[in-house]
Ligand binder design. Structure first.
Ligand code: HEM
Length: 398
């Protein structure tokens, strides 16, 4: 039996951990010892990952999941207890329970609403660039640009007052930090759900033209369910895209020819964003699924009850699907990557994330054509300690 244990530590900032990347070249599935001693599997092959993520014989319910990272073992154990269950948190539900929420949400994340949001994303982006320029150089790109844009956009979409950001940004950081103890995670969950519960009461009393009001008025969900839905959207909606904007800019700064193309050639931007999503794959631990029965995947039998973890960064570099995928090439056909997951849980906010990046990268690079790092690359603090990868800070000048 293998002694393979999951890691988030990396030798190079844009490449997956070497040990896991090497496995990717050998086989699609590997025995993995989870942090609580459970013997499950790690998927590094693209076809196997897609097959499992689309297969209803694998569950995403928290009671079946085992933690991959030692720091998360205590948290996972506590969250399995009923008293911490968050109703409405449909990411961790299976069909048909999941289907009900997903349908209601798809009704809110319409192409029309996303289109309407586009000019607002543009305005927000330009306003942030003005503010960054006014604050002067050097600047931390994360603080000035990468975090505020998705945060402002998700607040506006949901109807969460941006003035309250310190509170929910603090809470979501505690939720995503791998070192957070179980009590810290539970405190952050309670703080955020308490805040959102109050907001839902206010929107019930006085509805507005936002997503939370829309769900309240739809009348399909009880307040505690609505709270869980809003909680999922708020955390998923700003931390993820923020890290793509920060890490993506860093990757472009390290690849000047690709940066120039993203800045000067509008025809490469859409694919360039897909390639950055593929190459950087910021979801570097998780998803996790558990087999509800014995299932054979590419000749390997995953036994009922076994947990399956995925290394999406390695999956997205599978040479059988993305030849030469270890390098960043914004002209490579990058569609089909699994950065947004696959199957019933495939990211609900992916169109919104794409809009923010398609507007964000070129606008930033055009406003500051001389954008460059303000510190040596080895001083850029990488988020190996967070469940979503990226940069903690990106000191830049222009
Ligand atoms: C670059 C940005 C993003 C990335 C890389 C990302 C990635 C993902 C991934 C991998 C999943 C599936 C997890 C699994 O199968 O276990 C997911 C689900 C989800 N994402 Fe995103 N996401 C991003 C942005 C967003 C945004 C902006 C929103 C909200 C507006 C959002 C909302 C959600 C929700 C609600 C789910 C759960 C869907 C379900 O269970 O049906 N995400 N995301």
């Amino acid at each position: 039996m293998s002694e393979l244990i999951m890691t988030t530590e990396r030798e190079r900032p844009f490449d997956p951990p070497e040990r896991i990347a090497e496995l990717g070249g050998e086989a699609p599935l590997h025995r993995l010892t989870f942090a609580d001693g459970h013997e499950g599997w790690l998927v590094t092959g693209y076809a196997a990952a897609r097959a499992i993520l689309a297969d209803p014989r694998f569950s995403n319910r928290p009671e079946y999941a085992h933690p991959t990272i030692p720091a998360r073992a205590e948290v996972a154990e506590k969250l399995r207890g009923k008293e911490f269950a968050v109703p409405g948190f449909f990411l961790r539900m299976d069909a048909p329970e999941h289907t009900r929420y997903r349908k209601l949400l798809t009704g809110q994340f319409t192409v029309r609403r996303m289109k309407q949001l586009e000019p607002r994303v543009e305005e927000i982006t330009l306003a942030r660039l003005d503010a960054m320029e006014a604050a002067g150089r050097p600047a931390d790109l994360v603080e000035q640009f990468a975090l505020p844009i998705p945060s402002l956009v998700i607040c506006e979409l949901l109807g969460v007052p941006y003035e309250d950001r310190e509170r929910f940004q603090h809470d979501s950081k505690a939720l995503l930090a791998l070192e957070s103890g179980a009590d810290e995670v539970i405190d952050a969950m309670r703080s955020m759900t308490g805040y959102l519960y109050d907001l839902i009461q206010r929107r019930r009393a006085e509805p507005r033209d936002d997503l939370i009001s829309g769900l309240v008025q739809g009348g399909d969900l009880a307040d505690d369910e609505l709270t869980g839905v809003a909680f999922l959207l708020l955390v998923a909606g700003h931390e993820t895209t923020a890290n793509m904007l920060g890490l993506g800019t860093y990757a472009l700064l390290r690849n000047p020819d690709q940066l120039a193309a993203m800045r000067d050639d509008p025809s490469v931007v859409d694919n360039g964003v897909e390639e950055l999503l593929r190459y950087l794959t910021i979801i570097h631990i998780g998803p996790i699924r558990a087999a509800l029965e014995d299932v054979e995947v590419e000749g390997t039998v995953i036994r009922k009850g076994q947990s399956v973890a995925f290394s999406l960064p390695v999956v997205n570099r599978d040479p059988a699907r993305f030849p030469g995928g270890d390098s960043l090439d914004i002209t490579r056909p990058a569609g089909g990557h699994l950065t947004f997951g696959h199957g019933i849980h495939q990211c609900l906010g992916q169109q919104l994330a794409r809009i923010e990046m398609r507007i964000g990268y070129p606008a930033l690079l055009r406003r500051f054509p001389g954008l460059r790092l303000a510190v040596p690359p080895e001083e850029v603090p990488m988020r190996t300690d967070m469940s979503i990868y990226g940069v903690h800070r990106l000191p830049v000048t222009w």
